[in-house]
Design a protein around this ligand. Structure first.
Ligand code: FUB
Length: 342
């Protein structure tokens, strides 16, 4: 297990550029890092990538993950501890395969691990598991969250103590196969196929007091352009693809996400956790590898971006998580980060 090294040092990328930061863990593969600060310590809840046998396809069949391992750090740039398995698919009664990007939350002495997985019918659902420790082991609830579908849960707890789950993803994430409230296995493989119509939206649901169910049906997270119009399906540089994250900065709600096939991490800002959110710009330019997925957290007086690339393996299915400092401009916009040093 390695700590991040200084920007501009270490191995070179394929095209000879220096990576901005180095992998946090080098002895196994990690992706989709959801970071949280609990009791002053940083915990990262990543996907645990494995080298499975499935061929790469547009629906992410090659992401065959089976379990989760939590990472922790006491100091930025310090030692990264990789903890033993926190939850295995074999211990989730409803789940069949593909333990994709997870997240975690804490409430009243209990830690909650939220995770998407395919059920036995091939539909992605979102499950929850609990532990008294932030690093697990976690015990899964016997059924997925009622009314959940699709992938990439991100649970945000507001300053008033209320928690919300943001989730969803198109293409392999199946949002386009859940437009009627029931999973349609024969639905579109990609999106709505309507470039001039509003794009499919991520979803948000308030969490119930026990943090194990939704308190209300999921609503659309509407992302608007600078003219107040919803982003369109054909706007691949800006429309939502997957990897929701929410953070609050100076009283504003920052909803960030991946644009998928154009490989950007971008953000939109609003005045309520339910939105609407207005598109503001890019957080991270494309990394090596197809996917890009992140989290943003304030820790020890600085803001940090957690992301992943394929530096160690050169393969999209085998990623490694990284962290770097994130900076705001005085007007609250985020300074775009280049994952390579010029
Ligand atoms: O890691 C599997 C999937 O790839 C995630 O759920 C997506 O966000 C993308 O990173």
């Amino acid at each position: 297990t390695a700590a991040a090294t200084t920007a501009g040092t270490g191995p070179l990328a394929k095209d000879g550029r220096h990576y901005l930061s180095q992998p946090l863990v080098t002895d196994f593969y990690t992706a989709d890092p959801s970071a949280h600060v609990f009791d002053g310590k940083l915990y990262i809840y990543p996907s645990h990538d494995i080298d499975g046998s499935a061929k790469e396809d547009d629906l992410g069949g090659h992401f065959e993950m089976r379990d989760y391992r939590v990472l922790s750090m006491d100091e930025p740039g310090g030692k990264v501890t990789a903890h033993s398995v926190a939850l295995d698919v074999k211990d989730v009664p409803w789940a069949d395969k593909q333990m994709w990007a997870p997240d975690a939350a804490y409430k009243n002495g209990t830690y909650y691990l939220y995770f998407p997985a395919k059920d036995k019918a091939g539909a992605f659902r979102i499950g929850v598991a609990t532990s008294k420790s932030p690093v697990g082991p976690f015990k899964a609830e016997p059924k997925p969250i009622t009314g959940s579908f699709s992938i990439d849960p991100a649970v945000f707890t507001d300053t008033d103590g209320k928690s919300y789950m943001y989730f969803g993803g198109i293409w392999g994430g199946q949002l386009q196969r859940n437009t009627t409230g029931t999973y349609d296995p024969n639905g579109s493989k990609t999106d709505l196929g309507a470039d001039d119509k509003p794009a499919l939206t991520p979803k948000v649901a308030p969490m119930a007091a026990d943090m194990k169910e939704f308190a209300a049906r999921p609503r659309d997270v509407v992302i608007l352009d600078e003219k107040g119009k919803p982003l369109l399906g054909g706007d691949h540089d800006r429309r939502f693809f997957e990897a929701s994250w929410m953070h609050k900065y100076k009283g504003k709600y920052y909803f960030s996400y991946s644009t998928g096939d154009t490989h950007y991490l971008v953000y939109a800002v609003g005045d309520s956790p339910f939105g609407p959110f207005t598109y503001k710009g890019r957080i991270l330019e494309p990394v090596e590898g197809w996917t890009t997925h992140h989290s943003i957290v304030e820790w020890k007086g600085k803001w940090w971006l957690f992301y992943a690339d394929t530096q160690l393996s050169g393969q999209t299915r085998l990623r490694n998580v990284k962290m770097t400092e994130l900076h705001y401009n005085p007007d609250g916009t985020i300074q775009t980060i280049d994952p390579f040093v010029k």
